[in-house]
Design a protein. Structure first.
Length: 475
């Protein structure tokens, strides 16, 4: 019988060691009943042990219906985090073994998924950890004729999502309306992405009154950023509008709670569209896309917008501010008007918009509203790439909930129901008539517990989803 032991001793032993990632169908397990039983009885998707003096990560066989690219990503991410925590220097996986285990999937895409999951699982945001150093276990993928392109694809996708995570995790005294545009300018320097930054004076000229109103109470002046990536003018123009509230206190309608630190992630929509453009640029996609990012901090001050004030938008519509904590839709309205000025044929806005969507769909799946056909197609895209999304209805009967006695409509519903739907209905009033529009509410999925390739921090949701969507509608 092969000699084995569980890897549960001091971490230092493994610092100079490498690990081999194999699957339970491997002959070394099948030929030894006790080892096979040991692996199969493990409650996790994999177990780590010594086999004939070699450090091995044994991945359990999963049910046929669960064999998907997301399963590969989640498994790879969990393995990477385990080995990183144990300071294992490198890990090796054979393309042939991965392809055999997931024979129902494309071998190249399986490699890309494993690499993507590995790097996202290794992700840590430790900028402000004084005694923790970044350590990543090197992944070596061996075998296969065209494996290099698949490895690069996985690395690029992971880097885009990690960029979105970095933005969302960054603290609000570092990432704010005055520094965020500079960060984006620096990130896209030397690429084919053109960055247009509009500061307060330009916002006034452009009559972006939602952005100007919401940002009034902050010590940081509001801004608006355009990321323009146009490599094929024959393709339809796609506008991605991302909510960029760098911190949301709720304004005068102050939020309550013991710990509001995750409100720094209220710019998750902005992080998603920035990550999507980064991904499209990195793969040199032939697309025609502009990301539109209104950026504010929603703070209480003697200059802050008060409930009851009325905003007159550039398109002539007037909105009564019923609650200053429903500020995201007020700035997205300016982004949608700007999409109209760009004559976009497809528009997607994405935002950490409502707690109601979290209540409806939980923390694993976002909601998408708008064009029903495109909603279904986006659902299929998310099902493959891991940014899960579910089509939601826009119920016309709920339009009356937004009625205002003093303006064209109010920014909050008069009813304590269907909060995510009425938010979508509010935004629909600003959508260009000539475009096909989707609204993504990602409030429930902005952060995660530690599982698979997700750390206990920001998810980076939306970067892959939007990039793949842009590619899809550009075909």
């Amino acid at each position: 019988m092969a000699k084995y032991m569980v890897m549960n001793v001091e971490r230092g032993i493994f610092m100079s060691m490498g690990a081999l990632v194999v699957f339970s169908s491997d002959l070394r397990f099948q030929s030894d009943g006790k080892v096979k039983q040991f692996v199969e009885n493990c409650s996790a998707a994999f177990t780590t042990l010594f086999l004939d003096g070699e450090l091995v990560v044994a991945v359990k066989e999963c049910e046929e219906e669960k064999k998907s690219y997301e399963t590969i990503r989640m498994t790879a991410g969990a393995i990477a985090r385990e080995l990183c925590n144990r300071k294992v220097e490198k890990a090796v996986i054979q393309v042939e073994d991965l392809a055999k285990e997931f024979s129902n999937l494309d071998a190249g895409k399986s490699v890309a998924a494993f690499v993507e999951g590995w790097h996202l699982g290794s992700y840590k945001f430790i900028t402000y950890k004084s005694e923790e150093c970044a350590f990543k276990t090197e992944l070596q993928v061996r075998g296969g004729a065209d494996v290099k392109s698949s490895i690069e694809a996985g690395q690029i996708r992971a880097a885009a999502a990690a960029f979105s995570r970095d933005l969302m995790n960054e603290v609000p005294n570092v990432l704010n309306p005055e520094t965020f545009p500079a960060m984006l300018t620096e990130e896209f320097a030397g690429t084919d992405v053109k960055v247009n930054v509009f500061h307060k004076e330009k916002l006034e000229e452009l009559e972006m009154n939602g952005v100007l109103t919401v940002g009034r109470g902050s010590k940081y002046k509001p801004a608006f950023v355009e990321l323009v990536y146009q490599t094929d003018g024959s393709k339809p123009l796609v506008a991605l509008v991302g909510k960029g509230v760098t911190f949301d206190t709720g304004g005068i309608s102050l939020k309550s709670g013991r710990d509001l630190s995750d409100m720094r992630m209220d710019m998750g929509g902005a992080a998603a569209v920035a990550g999507a453009v980064k991904l499209l640029s990195a793969i040199q996609a032939k697309v025609n896309v502009v990301a539109l990012i209104p950026i504010v901090e929603n703070s209480p001050d003697n200059t802050s917008v008060l409930p009851g004030e009325i905003i007159r938008y550039k398109n002539g519509k007037t909105v009564q501010v019923g609650n200053t904590d429903a500020e995201g839709r007020l700035i997205l309205a300016d982004g949608l008007i700007r999409a109209s000025e760009w004559n976009a044929q497809y528009v997607v806005d994405i935002a950490t918009l409502t707690g109601a969507i979290h209540n409806a769909l939980g923390s694993k799946i976002a909601g998408v509203f708008g064009d029903e056909q495109l909603s279904f197609e986006m659902k299929q895209i998310g099902r493959e790439n891991g940014d899960f999304i579910w089509p939601m209805p826009l119920v016309d009967e709920y339009e009356k909930y937004l009625k205002s006695d003093y303006a064209d409509f109010c920014n909050i519903s008069s009813k304590g129901e269907a909060g995510s739907i009425t938010a979508g209905l509010f935004l629909r009033r600003f959508v260009p008539e000539s475009c096909r529009w989707l609204h993504v509410d990602m409030a429930g999925v902005m952060e995660s517990e530690e599982t698979g390739y997700y750390p206990k921090s920001a998810t980076g949701f939306g970067a892959r989803l939007l990039a793949d969507y842009v590619t899809y509608v550009s075909k």
